[in-house]
Design a protein around this ligand. Sequence first.
Ligand code: SF4
Length: 56
Amino acid sequence: MKSDSDIWNYFLNLIQRCGKFSDCMHCGQCEERCPQKLPIRDHLDKVTEEVEKKFT
Ligand code: SF4
């Protein structure tokens, strides 16, 4: 099982490489191209909320 520190480091690394989840502008381009029709914007909003709750 991952520790909070491992998870935090994972997210920090991801943010440094790809930007913050909250940087999403909700343009929907990724959802138009997603072959699985995933609700990516909704997922990013949920991840942003969870990360902020957990680590701020
Ligand atoms: S909706 Fe998708 S493509 Fe548009 S900014 Fe957000 S993650 Fe990027």
